[in-house]
Design a protein around this ligand. Structure first.
Ligand SMILES: Nc1ncnc2c1ncn2[C@@H]1O[C@H](COP(=O)(O)OP(=O)(O)O)[C@@H](O)[C@H]1O
Ligand SMILES: [Mg+2]
Length: 246
């Protein structure tokens, strides 16, 4: 969505009203031992933000060679470490996060934790980039979107989907086990709510004149999410059963 330029070790990206708060978050994460995120480097003369470049590949899609247990579980562990490092971050009441805070605000959610914002090195997730959608929220809210993308939890109408509901359920359970005990089978029921919030957000932004979201809706993205919401609801019991010890 953004025009991003790289100069050496620094990436220049357009800003939003949330950028100063996001830079405070990125600084906090680094200061608290989480290095799987860009470091803030201020602003260039054109007003773009600058953040450090994370070395590796950022995959658009989970092509067959990226559908490994290692990539899945390393992404989960990375998200857990990000959340843990954010627990001591104190958002300010007037921070203008682009995505509204969600309660309970246990951690800072990345807000778009997907392979297309994930830096991969040697088959493992080593970083998350693009914190534009960061906001306070529950751990399971962020995990719900991550498993939607990484398991994935998409139906056959979605060109990015792969696996049967049973196989997808096992990947969700593997992701959650690697994440830690805070998130379990209940995440299956969070996914439809998380996707519906995204669809609502897209419509809200589009109606306020956001051209990127207007284009996404025209291209059918909101319809795809709606179909995936129905898919997850339809297969809920099979997906949840994957969490039971066999
Ligand atoms: N800090 C970074 N480190 C490494 N690559 C980056 C970084 N920021 C952006 N990129 C690259 O630029 C692409 C687009 O950047 P991103 O920040 O995700 O913007 P958007 O999603 O709005 O297009 C990414 O897919 C990635 O390849
Ligand atoms: Mg991105």
């Amino acid at each position: 969505m953004n025009v991003v330029h790289r100069h050496g070790d620094v990436v220049h990206r357009p800003v939003s009203p949330a950028t100063p708060a996001i830079h405070r978050l990125l600084r906090h994460l680094h200061d608290h031992g989480f290095h799987g995120a860009p470091e803030p480097r201020g602003f260039d003369s054109e007003g773009n933000e600058m953040v450090t470049f994370l070395d590796g590949a950022v995959p658009d899609a989970l092509t067959p060679e990226l559908r490994t247990h290692d990539l899945l579980t390393s992404a989960a562990a990375l998200l857990r470490a990000l959340h843990d490092a954010s627990v001591t971050f104190r958002p300010r009441p007037d921070d203008p996060w682009l995505v509204p805070a969600r309660h309970p605000a246990e951690v800072m959610c990345h807000g778009d934790a997907a392979q297309y914002n994930c830096v991969v090195r040697d088959g493992r997730a080593v970083g998350f980039i693009d914190f534009d959608a960061a906001h306070p929220g529950p751990r399971s809210w962020d995990v719900a979107y991550a498993v939607y993308r990484f398991a994935p939890l998409q139906g056959p109408d979605n060109p990015e989907s792969f696996g049967t509901p049973q196989q997808q359920g096992r990947r969700v359970a593997d992701f959650c086990r690697a994440y830690g005990p805070q998130v379990g089978a209940e995440v299956i029921d969070v996914v439809p709510d998380r996707l519906q919030a995204l669809v609502d957000f897209m419509h809200e932004q589009a109606s306020q004149g956001n051209e990127a979201f207007q284009r996404h809706i025209a291209e059918g993205h909101a319809d795809l999410y709606a179909a995936d919401i129905r898919y997850v609801r339809t297969h809920r019991d099979i997906l949840r059963a994957a969490f039971e010890p066999s």
